[in-house]
Design a protein around this ligand. Structure first.
Ligand code: BTN
Length: 265
């Protein structure tokens, strides 16, 4: 697996000597966070065929069976303050659209903030976790990505069968998981070089990819639901929503989940 991924990586990718593959791991994010605390360098990549304790946003578990997906985490050390990284999740999502376009020949959309979707089905989830230095500066960002590559509809658990999809279900032909993995690493490496210096260009691409914009949405906070229309993405990656009352608000991903008026997307 690793040899094939390395052979499909861009020859100029500077991270090629620091990519680690596991047949089975607890969670690539958890293991990489520990490696980050122990001093692993910028550009360290872990990916696995299977995870036993994969997890996603809001403490949810992320099922990670063997043979059908790519479960990957990438370590960045951007040397900046946390407020300069508010757009990181958006940048990762657009980079994953690039990776899928290269390896599966279609470009998915993004359901704000960071679910990659195609025809109302989620193909990919992203979980970004930050660590801090005593000074308050960012020590590391661990970017975790899970992509459904080869599943058929019946492979998904009944409770997500109507909203989950895979690259193979869109492309209707076999998916080369090693090309997907190589494309993910190249896309994140490319994004990381523009992350701090080219923020507005990253957000412009994100706005083009984001299918939530222009949609009627419901905004779910801890114990309330409000309805409105998604108007724009601000310079921090927050979603600008106009509520039915006419009031507008910039909502951040940490505090809400959103849904379309008629379901998940
Ligand atoms: C979500 O949809 O809520 C995010 C899912 C993120 C899953 C990936 S798989 C690789 C990495 N390791 C984990 O435990 N989680 C992320």
């Amino acid at each position: 697996m690793l040899e094939k991924v390395l052979s499909q990586l861009s020859p100029s990718n500077p991270w090629k000597h620091n990519i680690h593959y596991y047949d089975c791991i607890t969670s690539t994010n958890d293991v990489l966070k520990q490696m980050a605390k122990d001093g692993a360098p910028h550009g360290t990549v872990l990916f696995a065929d299977r995870q036993t304790l994969g997890h996603g946003r809001l403490g949810r578990s992320f099922l990670s069976p063997s043979g059908v997906g790519i479960y990957m985490s990438i370590l960045l050390r951007p040397e900046c303050r946390p407020e300069e990284l508010m757009h990181l999740t958006c940048a990762v999502a657009s980079a994953m659209c690039d990776a899928i376009e290269r390896s599966a020949s279609f470009r998915p959309g993004i359901k704000w903030t960071n679910d990659l979707v195609y025809k109302k089905r989620k193909l990919c989830g992203i979980l970004t976790e930050l660590g801090f230095l005593p000074s308050g500066m960012v020590d590391y960002a661990v970017i975790g990505i899970g992509i459904n590559c080869c599943q058929k509809p019946d492979d998904f658990a009944p409770e997500i069968r109507d909203i989950a999809g895979s690259l193979a279900m869109v492309q209707h032909s076999p998916i080369d998981r090693t090309l997907v993995a190589a494309s993910m690493i190249d896309a994140i490496e490319n994004m990381s070089r523009n992350l701090l210096g080219n923020k507005e260009a990253i957000l412009q691409q994100y706005r083009r990819d984001c299918i939530t914009l222009g949609q009627d949405v419901s905004i779910h906070k801890a114990d309330s639901v409000r309805y409105g229309r998604a108007l724009d993405i601000d310079s921090n990656g927050a979603l600008i929503v106009q509520y039915i009352s006419g009031e507008t608000e910039a909502v951040s991903s940490g505090e809400v989940s959103i849904r379309g008026m008629y379901g998940y997307v």
